[in-house]
Design a protein around this ligand. Structure first.
Ligand code: PLP
Length: 291
């Protein structure tokens, strides 16, 4: 699992980016224990899918990284440096297997004002059977109302921060209840997102996803799914989705950058129809992305 450390450049630096990215073997990585990323979860990240050595949806990931950094008042990422680092890291992966890059930007060591940046490259461990077999999900209360982003922006809803302990706890709760994943619901009853993916539903010829202004992350895979759907002549809509719609839908998926589209087969034990033909076409389109 190759790791790449960056000498993080300020966004307005005109210095050459070559030579600012250093490969380190996993066992020898040193990260300062005073770094606010690991010690407080004070930083942002992206997980980028890699297919045939190609990082997918790179523009959308870099845009979201910059937006997350902005929401946390972190220095703006140097786009050319991250593009270079991502290219270097992607080239370290085998072209035989799908993989992922976790790119991280933290507030750095307390008191220095210098961010820390790194990338971990990894090959996918599993065979993505869930893209065909589907997943069972449970709904869990996120504890926020759907106006949280506007009412309490300091909660950073919609930023991809390193503070994922709640998301991971929700996934453990799903496993305890015999399910694979979670759909978070706002405390006023609207579908939000999953701990590491976006919810997509089909009603007839319309593909729907929850509006991001309810305090959820804008998904890069969701953007690609909407482009795919529109090219197929389907309508697309961002909407307020009442939780009951999960079992009224003609099909439902969780989508994310490495797993891609996993059809939902059950919500809280109730059956959800699976549209295998559309799922296969969706995953083929996601795998074929150039950007
Ligand atoms: N929502 C959350 C909370 C996530 O963590 C993720 C991805 O990790 C997503 C949605 C899906 O985003 P993407 O499609 O860009 O991977």
């Amino acid at each position: 699992m190759p790791v790449f450390m960056l000498d993080v450049l300020p966004s307005d630096s005109s210095a050459a980016v070559a030579g600012t990215v250093h490969r380190v073997e996993t066992g020898t990585v040193t990260l300062d224990v005073r770094d606010l990323g690991p010690s407080r979860g004070d930083g942002v990240f992206e997980t980028i899918g890699v297919v045939d050595g190609h990082p997918q949806a790179l523009d959308a990931h870099l845009k979201r990284l910059a937006n997350s950094a902005h929401l946390l008042d972190l220095p703006e990422p140097h786009e050319a440096q991250w593009r270079h680092a991502i290219t270097v890291a992607a080239a370290s992966l085998s072209t035989q297997r799908q993989g992922g890059l976790k790119i991280v930007l933290t507030r750095g060591v307390e008191g220095t004002g210098t961010p820390t940046g790194w990338i971990v490259a990894s090959e996918a461990a599993g065979d993505f059977a869930e893209r065909e077999a589907g997943i069972r999900v449970i709904t869990l209360d996120r504890g926020y109302t759907s106006d949280v982003a506007a009412r309490a922006p300091w909660l950073l809803a919609g930023a991809k921060t390193l503070s994922y302990a709640v998301n991971m706890a929700a996934l453990r709760e799903a496993r305890r209840r015999g399910a694979d994943d979670v759909v978070f619901v706002s405390s006023d009853g609207y579908v939000m997102e999953a701990p590491t993916s976006t919810v997509i539903l089909r009603f007839g010829d319309c593909i729907v996803t929850p509006r991001t202004d309810i305090g959820i992350l804008p998904g890069t895979s969701q953007l690609s799914v909407f482009a795919f759907a529109e090219a197929r002549g389907l309508r697309t809509e961002e909407a307020l989705v009442p939780v009951g719609d999960l079992t009224r839908a003609d099909a439902a998926w969780l989508v994310s950058s490495v797993r891609l589209a996993a059809p939902i087969t059950h919500v809280d034990g109730a059956d959800v129809p699976v549209d295998l033909e559309l799922t296969r076409a969706m995953n083929a389109a996601l795998l074929a992305r150039e950007n």
